[in-house]
Design a protein around this ligand. Sequence first.
Ligand SMILES: [Fe+2]
Ligand SMILES: [Fe+2]
Length: 337
Amino acid sequence: MAEKKKVDIPDALDEQYYQINQDILESFSKYRPPLDLFQFKEDVARIVLFCRGGERLTNEMVETLAQMVDEGLIFVSRADHPIYVKHISYQLDLVLVDKNLHETEIADIFTQALTRRLTEVFDQPVPMVLARVWTDFMVLTEYLYHDIHRIRALTRRLHATHSLENHSFNTGIMGLAIHAKTRAAQYEAGDIKRKFFDHLTAGLFLHDLGMSKVPNFIREKGKGLTPDERGKLQRHTQIGYEMLAKLDLKFPEVEECVTDHHERLTGTGYPQKKIALGEVGRLCALADSYCAMTTKRVYAEAMEPMKAAGILVQDAGYDAEMSRNLQAMLVQTGKHK
Ligand SMILES: [Fe+2]
Ligand SMILES: [Fe+2]
């Protein structure tokens, strides 16, 4: 069957508006779309307002709207980006069907959605809440697996200040970016297994799951912890490991991230002072430290990205190849000033 003819949209228009499809329309409240909708009038080749955001539509308008969406005549304004980002972030799988979103818009949507989901998991680490973040992780892996270079736009959206959810998001993104660079040839050749990629992603984002059980005042204290408080803090890797079992997340990559991200190749880490670390553990350790160093805390300013990477390259506790790749990546993305 021949594909239905869609209207030709002038380029200038495309910069200001984007076309919405049936999936997107169906995600809106049927009688009250959340944002202004515009209609392309073919006869005059102009965009005109169809309805205001929040306005109640009549049955007739709902019908007309559905038909016009089908014909490719309905648009939203890119100026409404913040409303649209928020809307899609609640139904993240829509990013995969909306072909009109720019890479930077998609990166904003992922950042909002994943950070919010991580907050929910840390507040309430139970299977039902975890299932929701897992669904969103799978949307992210579906998006990245087909073109791993898309991770770059996400590395430009790291959170600048520390919180458990911000740190977890940042570590997930940086971990994937370092992995993409270190294993570039395998990604290129399609040799990275999908299941591995899914579980690596989940592990990086959830590496500090056990922290949700550590009292906030200990987490935020920074320097000057008593030995007892330090013990409680350091137990988060073991606690996280036990939580994975209860949550039915017994995947090797997820476990390795949770248990090994504070281990160092010099045997100076915790909890086991392991020297032999797997690739996933080494990756998570590096991403975790880098993200901790480069965000602002209550008790410390953020370190410059290149300075942090420089320190990590010099530190034999970290994987030398991975930390050099991190440094090279920062130079490429212009974060070396
Ligand atoms: Fe940790
Ligand atoms: Fe961490």
